[in-house]
Design a protein around this ligand. Structure first.
Ligand SMILES: [Zn+2]
Length: 454
């Protein structure tokens, strides 16, 4: 049995053209499992032939459609023909494309007309289809450039992809995702007319830095913006970003936030993180300290008091110590920071009363309690204004922690650049990965590409 495939193109004017894609032999007499249906290599050949037929017809029609002058309507002359290679998902195609001479009606004041117009390079300036670039960027933001090229070479009839091509195309896609520094106002998406308060969850990730940058780690800032109308992830490396505040303000606008609306930032208390948002929006920003980070520090105090109570067993009043630590937790949870700070002092005083020269173990337990109380006190004093009534927020369903940003740390930074992957990064490279990865996770890569290709 032989299978012959022919495709027919029907043009707008009703004319048709047939392309023979080839004949595949499927002998049923010497049948083996391998000979049933199409093999991957056959499918790749068919797809490549089909793509070639379609693109060649399209280029021909596109060149004809570009002939009339948009100014006066006269048919413009063809300057010459150039063969252009074009990378697509389904193979590299060399098309014979004309260059069209510009019309005299479009000459400048000195009577000069510009260089000939090439319709193909106008639509595809990178000599690759946007879909191919998008797929390469998507894979490269998840895997190493070599690994990213491998599945494409296996499953697609595209030109054999080297890691260098993948890296270059990835870089170009990442550049397009960079905030537009030229226009003064961030573009607002027309689809989301409604605006509302925004919650920004921020966190940082440390990744290994390449040795020539003279530092061990790079800080990648990742975050998630949530508004009533949508959410958006973002990531950047401050030292490599042309403008991190521009990027945040564009992301806020895209998520449906408008200047004047309330904005709340959740972080672990690292001042630099909140300052990124403060710089991006020209208005007061409310900062809320992540409850989980406070809770961990209180847990340290609680554990130390339990240790002390156990060390001075036999003394009845020592049983009250864990209760004092629990009280600190209750007070902070209910936003009573002044009273919580007083309770920390009380706990430190009370624990010192158990000092006993004959039992050195008690002395070390007391020092532990004091040290952990001091750490908690400093942390709370530094973030005094950022600790709300967590209990009240929790009851009404408002966020109290930056845990949503921590999910982003894994998705945006650690998947590709985590310490386990043993790669070292330049600030620029890490910034590109963070940008692209956030766009891939939000499903923005497709959309932004459609816009740039239009
Ligand atoms: Zn003209």
């Amino acid at each position: 049995m032989d299978v012959r495939i022919t495709v027919e193109t029907i043009f707008e004017d009703g004319k048709t053209r047939k392309h023979a894609l080839g004949t595949w032999s499927r002998p049923f007499r010497k049948m083996s499992g391998e000979a049933i249906g199409l093999m991957l290599e056959d499918a790749k050949t068919i797809l490549a032939q089909l793509q070639k037929a379609i693109v060649q017809d399209q280029v021909e029609k596109m060149s004809q459609a570009c002939r009339p002058c948009p100014g006066c309507g006269r048919v413009r002359r063809i300057h010459d023909y150039r063969s252009r290679t074009l990378d697509t998902m389904f193979g590299r195609i060399t098309a014979r494309a004309p260059r069209i001479k510009l019309c005299l009606c479009q000459a400048d004041t000195n009577g000069r007309i510009g260089s000939p117009l090439s319709p193909l390079s106008y639509f595809l300036p990178d000599r690759a289809t946007p879909e191919l670039q998008r797929l390469q960027a998507e894979l490269a933001s998840r895997h190493s450039f070599r690994e990213a090229a491998r599945p494409m070479n296996t499953f697609l009839p595209c030109q054999v992809q080297s890691h260098v091509t993948t890296r270059n195309r990835f870089g170009r896609v990442a550049e397009k995702l960079e905030p537009s520094l030229s226009c003064s106002k961030p573009e607002t998406s027309e689809t989301s007319q409604e605006s509302g308060p925004a919650n920004v969850f921020l966190d940082g990730a440390h990744i290994r830095c390449r040795p020539e940058y003279q530092k061990r780690h790079l800080d990648v800032v990742v975050g998630r913006i949530e508004t009533t109308t949508g959410s958006r992830r973002f990531g950047f490396v401050e030292s490599a970003s042309p403008s991190s505040s521009r990027q945040i303000s564009e992301d806020l606008a895209a998520a449906g936030w408008r200047p004047g609306d309330q904005i709340t930032v959740f972080s672990d208390g690292e001042p630099a993180l909140v300052n990124y948002v403060k710089r991006a929006v020209d208005q007061p920003v409310r900062h809320i300290l992540d409850w989980w980070h406070i809770s961990m520090r209180i847990r340290h105090v609680e554990n130390a008091t339990v240790g002390l109570a156990q060390a001075c067993c036999g003394r009845k009043d020592a049983d009250d110590l864990p209760w004092l630590a629990e009280r600190i937790r209750w007070l902070v949870w209910h936003g009573q920071l002044r009273r919580a700070l007083a309770a920390i002092q009380t706990l430190k005083h009370t624990s010192r009363r158990f000092e006993d020269q004959s039992r050195p173990q008690i002395g070390s337990s007391i020092r532990k309690v004091t040290a952990r109380c001091d750490a908690l006190e400093t942390y709370l004093r530094n973030n005094e204004r950022s600790a709300p009534n967590y209990a009240k927020r929790y009851r009404v369903g408002l966020p109290i922690s930056s845990s949503r940003a921590e999910g982003c740390v894994d998705d945006i930074a650690n998947t590709r650049m985590g310490k386990r992957r043993r790669m070292r990064w330049s600030p620029r490279g890490a910034h590109r990965v963070a940008l692209t990865r956030a766009a891939v996770l939000d499903g923005r890569l497709k959309v932004s590409h459609r816009q740039t290709a239009a």
